[in-house]
Write a protein that binds this ligand. Structure first.
Ligand SMILES: Cc1cc2nc3c(=O)[nH]c(=O)nc-3n(C[C@H](O)[C@H](O)[C@H](O)COP(=O)(O)OP(=O)(O)OC[C@H]3O[C@@H](n4cnc5c(N)ncnc54)[C@H](O)[C@@H]3O)c2cc1C
Length: 639
């Protein structure tokens, strides 16, 4: 079946303005009659909840952390893009649009990306007005730096803690509405199912993570802003709590899951140190502004880096991609690192690392300038590795980081289930097969501050809707199903920990559905995942009590539910990767590469978004054909 994204007509630069004019509005006096459930209060959900309440809607907001301020968005380091052209270096809405479509390897929807570029400038103004302390030039102008896949400097930043500062601004806006009684905040509350009545999203079932109590919440619309699923790999740069449960449960209730195999492996992470590690740490892409990536020219060269002269070093990104150099996009930089390591030129334990070297920039700019730009990142690296990056180059290696796939949404950010909207990393919308650095924060805040507050009105204007009560059969049924699942997880009472299953699943995914995928490997992975899932349901051990226990705090139970969902998602990721026999962006099929080892797209057969429908058996593929009227698909060269 072909999906209709409901993209407005007219020239691309006029679509959003025209659409805003043509959409139905909810009268200001009527807004308070609608209740919107916003699940997730990271940058996407927090900005949406605050903006919707500011408009007059009543909002219930949920997060599983103890405070909205602890959402994973807080970890974002490097910056946020916007087409302000403060540097006068040739940036424009068109250029940001083009860079994003090209960066995504021509697998994103043009109209959404153009809108994103259009509203990007307003995001910066909004955040500055909230007091976000962006870095500034000496004269007071906001500073910019470069990120991968762009030849202009358009990234706004607050040292290496941009996400934290943006989230504090967003949290202030949210808190104001909590104080005014317009937002009811439910921290430490985890969505475990979506309530769908007559095909329309009308509520959620959630578990209080402190008491274990299950409750249902009814609303006129549901918004999922629940982040990405890179933790399916177990080891990733994401916070440990990030998971797929909210979007996966919605998928099981009818929401199409789009491009699940489009995952981003980030090139600059601290290499894994051992088998028992449970988390990987990102070193921001911004470091590639001043750090040079290299490996020894000769395989097996074990000399310490300071004893390897320039003539014996291979600055491979500068060599292979002279016009973008160290700022080649992530998918390309990651694959190049793997290639160097596979050729025996990797450095550090196991040869799974490449150098990121600041020697030349420290000599050129001085230590103070580098400390000013990246001081906290240098400290973090030193603390984690025990090595001093001021003296010896950092060692980095690619790691799972971001997921471009997610629930399918139309131009209004609504999923295939009417009333269910999806924003931020949780949707699939804007980044195609590879996201450019500093564009996730831009998309999350565009969705939350500017797009959804407009488009949700178009949906709600069809109301008022019949009020839903806790004794409605669909609510009762959804709650009972959640209860049964909790009971089932506890009842297995096996002999293997949840983490041991998750770790093993992660290894399968990294090996067969990671940086390089093959037909044979993916088929093997599907079988292995199914076997491991069966074993999980026979052998998992979840100690402690469930929802009926006096103190229902049970982190093993929380993890078990999330890992059970990761199993199902992992299978779909492999099925999606298997069906897409082309290479594009982060999805590299070994069978589809050119003579230089670069990804070879197949526009004739795969220029579409793959949205999968849950059936309980084999998933069914629905396509959204991608039409490129403005950014014409070309071979993606960064040379
Ligand atoms: C280390 C790191 C650095 C990064 N740096 C940058 C950067 O510099 N620039 C950039 O643009 N991007 C960066 N990114 C990507 C970016 O941070 C994320 O894509 C973005 O913050 C996601 O925001 P979000 O609001 O969609 O989701 P999140 O911030 O992940 O928030 C998800 C929310 O959903 C809630 N939630 C999830 N599931 C449930 C559930 N079942 N029930 C209830 N609540 C739930 C959580 O509690 C949380 O509130 C970085 C990512 C990482 C990992």
């Amino acid at each position: 079946m072909i999906l209709d994204a409901r993209i407005p007509g007219g020239p691309i630069q006029d679509k959003w303005d025209r659409h805003r004019f043509e959409m139905k509005l909810v009268n200001p006096a009527n807004k308070r009659k609608f209740r919107v459930l916003v699940v997730g209060t990271g940058l996407a959900g927090g900005s949406a909840a605050a903006s919707l309440a500011e408009l007059g809607y009543d909002v219930d907001a949920f997060c599983f952390q103890d405070s909205a301020r602890r959402a994973h968005s807080i970890a974002a380091q490097g910056g946020i893009n916007a087409a302000k052209n403060y540097q006068n270096d040739g940036d424009s809405i068109w250029r940001l649009f083009y860079d994003t479509v090209k960066g995504g390897d021509f697998r994103a929807r043009e109209a959404n990306v153009y809108r994103l570029a259009q509203v990007s400038a307003a995001i910066i103004d909004q955040c500055v007005a909230q007091g976000v302390p962006f870095a500034r030039e000496y004269g007071g102008q906001l500073a910019n730096r470069s990120f991968g896949g762009a030849q202009v400097s358009r990234t706004f930043y607050a040292r290496g803690q941009t996400g934290q500062q943006l989230l504090l601004g967003c949290y202030a806006a949210l808190s104001r509405q909590v104080g005014l009684g317009k937002v009811r905040m439910h921290p430490r509350t985890e969505l475990l199912d979506v309530v769908v009545v007559d095909g329309v999203a009308r509520g959620v079932v959630a578990r209080d993570l402190v008491t274990g109590k299950l409750s249902s919440f009814a609303g006129d619309a549901v918004v999922l802003a629940t982040g990405g699923y890179a933790n399916v790999f177990f080891l990733s740069t994401n916070a440990k709590g990030c998971n797929v449960t909210a979007t996966w449960r919605a998928h099981r209730r009818g929401a199409g899951f789009a491009n699940p195999c489009f995952t981003q492996i980030h090139p600059t992470c601290i290499p894994q140190a051992g088998e028992h590690q449970s988390k990987l740490t990102l070193m921001s892409e911004s470091l590639r502004n001043d750090g040079r990536v290299w490996v020894p020219k000769t395989p097996g060269d074990k000399r310490p880096p300071d004893q390897i002269p320039d003539a014996d070093r291979d600055y491979y990104l500068e060599r292979k991609y002279p016009s973008f150099g160290n700022l080649a996009p992530r998918d390309i930089a990651s694959r190049s690192a793997k290639e160097a390591c596979d050729a025996g030129r990797g450095v550090g334990p196991g040869g799974r690392g490449v150098y990121l070297d600041f020697r030349d920039s420290i000599a050129r700019l001085g230590r103070a300038a580098i400390a000013d730009r990246y001081g906290n990142l240098f400290d973090m690296y030193a603390r984690i590795t025990g090595e001093d990056p001021w003296r010896t180059p950092m060692r980095i290696y690619p790691a799972p980081h971001y997921t471009m796939g997610g629930l399918w949404v139309d131009y209004n950010l609504m999923s295939t289930v009417p009333g269910l909207h999806v924003i931020g990393e949780a949707n699939f919308s804007d980044h195609g097969a590879n996201r450019l650095g500093a564009s996730a924060l831009m998309q999350g805040l565009a969705d939350g501050y500017f797009v959804l507050p407009n488009t949700i009105g178009d949906y709600l204007a069809a109301g008022p809707f019949e009020k839903l009560t806790a004794d409605h059969p669909e609510v009762v049924a959804a709650r009972r199903q959640v209860e049964d699942r909790v009971t089932r997880l506890l009842a297995v009472d096996g002999d293997r920990t949840v983490d041991s299953f998750h770790r093993e699943l992660g290894r399968i995914m990294w090996e067969y559905c990671g940086m390089e995928r093959t037909d044979e490997g993916l088929r093997k992975a599907v079988v292995m995942i199914r076997d491991l899932k069966d074993e999980f349901w026979r052998r998992v051990k979840v100690p402690g009590g469930g929802s009926d226990s006096p103190g229902g705090l049970n982190q093993a139970l929380e993890k078990a539910g999330r890992v059970a969902d990761f199993f199902e998602l992992a299978e779909l990721m492999c099925i999606d990767a298997l069906h897409r026999t082309e290479s594009c962006g982060g999805h590299f099929r070994a069978e589809s590469q050119d003579a230089d080892g670069e990804a070879r797209r197949d526009d004739e057969n795969f220029s579409y978004v793959a949205a999968w429908e849950w059936t309980g058996e084999a998933p069914v593929l629905h396509r959204e054909d991608l039409v490129f009227e403005y950014a014409h698909p070309s071979s993606r060269s960064y040379k």
